[in-house]
Design a protein around this ligand. Structure first.
Ligand SMILES: NC(=O)c1ccc[n+]([C@@H]2O[C@H](COP(=O)([O-])OP(=O)(O)OC[C@H]3O[C@@H](n4cnc5c(N)ncnc54)[C@H](O)[C@@H]3O)[C@@H](O)[C@H]2O)c1
Length: 257
């Protein structure tokens, strides 16, 4: 589905980004794996090449404009165009408006929101120059449905949805589609760490609150990213797809058994 396409995937060293990098490679794309963690980025690129795909690892902190500019300079030296940008790099920070410190706000917003904008800023010219492409922003159900004591993660993710709309409107005429995915609880290194630190929460109980009682994997999200990246979604832009087992649309009230 992605033959001769070039994909840039941030957070590609782990979880959803990594699963997306591997899947896109299986579908024929050359993948630039961007991650702050040089080792995991290289591991992902090695895994792709071992399986016969083509990939390059790029160590980058998406919160740094200098890093992102350098990363896309390097990409430009290797390829005249990119077709797909997946913004999956992210961190979570769960506090409240009064307990959050300013540096924490900046740390979270700079990675989760500014990072997606910076990669769009430097990636879009390579996409527009090649005749168009697809941006896929990995947001979260936190963007539209608040969880208690989960500030400012949801603010950053809500901003990602708005970023997606601006990209869709401003670059549609250049053949660029921009869409967002809101994953619910995905079993990944991020959620593993979260549950290890919050032992009072039972992941299986959270799964049972979804209409679809499935454990959502990073690959489940990658599959939806593949659809959005591919020509099958050629008329889809500005959309948000929920990969949450129906959790967001469920009121939580059950009449009957
Ligand atoms: N796991 C979930 O339940 C879940 C749910 C909804 C949304 N998300 C979002 O999906 C995305 C991927 O999450 P995941 O579960 O795969 O997490 P993960 O921790 O497994 O992967 C995140 C990756 O981002 C990289 N990263 C972090 N900060 C970075 C930075 N400043 N620059 C470059 N890379 C950086 C990490 O090194 C890591 O490789 C995140 O944006 C996350 O907020 C995750």
């Amino acid at each position: 589905m992605l033959k001769n396409k070039v994909a840039v995937i941030t957070g590609g060293g782990s979880g959803i980004g990594r699963a997306t990098a591997v899947l896109f490679s299986h579908q024929g794309a050359f993948v630039f794996v961007l991650d702050k963690n040089a080792d995991t980025a290289q591991n992902a690129a090695n895994e792709i090449e071992r399986e016969g795909g083509r990939a390059a690892a790029v160590c980058v902190d998406v919160a740094s404009s200098e890093d992102v500019a350098d990363a896309f300079d390097r990409i430009r030296r290797e390829t005249p165009k990119i077709d797909i940008l997946v913004n999956s790099a992210g961190i979570y920070l769960y506090k409240t408006a009064t307990t959050l410190e300013e540096e924490e706000w900046e740390a979270c917003l700079n990675v989760d929101l500014k990072g997606a904008w910076l990669c769009s800023k430097y990636g879009l010219p390579l996409m527009v120059g090649g005749g168009g492409g697809a941006v896929i922003n990995i947001a979260s159900t936190h963007a539209v449905r608040a969880q208690a004591h989960a500030f400012p993660y949801g603010v950053a993710k809500g901003g990602m949805l708005s970023l997606t709309l601006s990209l869709a409107v401003d670059y549609g005429q250049n053949g660029v589609r921009a869409n967002a995915i809101c994953p619910g609880l995905v079993f990944s290194p991020m959620s593993d760490e979260y549950f290890a630190l919050n032992r009072q929460l039972n992941p299986e109980q959270l799964v049972s609150m979804q209409p679809l009682r499935v454990r959502i994997s990073a690959e489940d999200v990658a599959n939806v990213a593949l659809f959005l990246a591919s020509d099958m979604a050629r008329c889809v832009t500005g959309a948000t797809l929920f990969v949450d087992g129906g959790r967001t649309i469920f009121s939580g009230i059950r009449h009957g058994s």
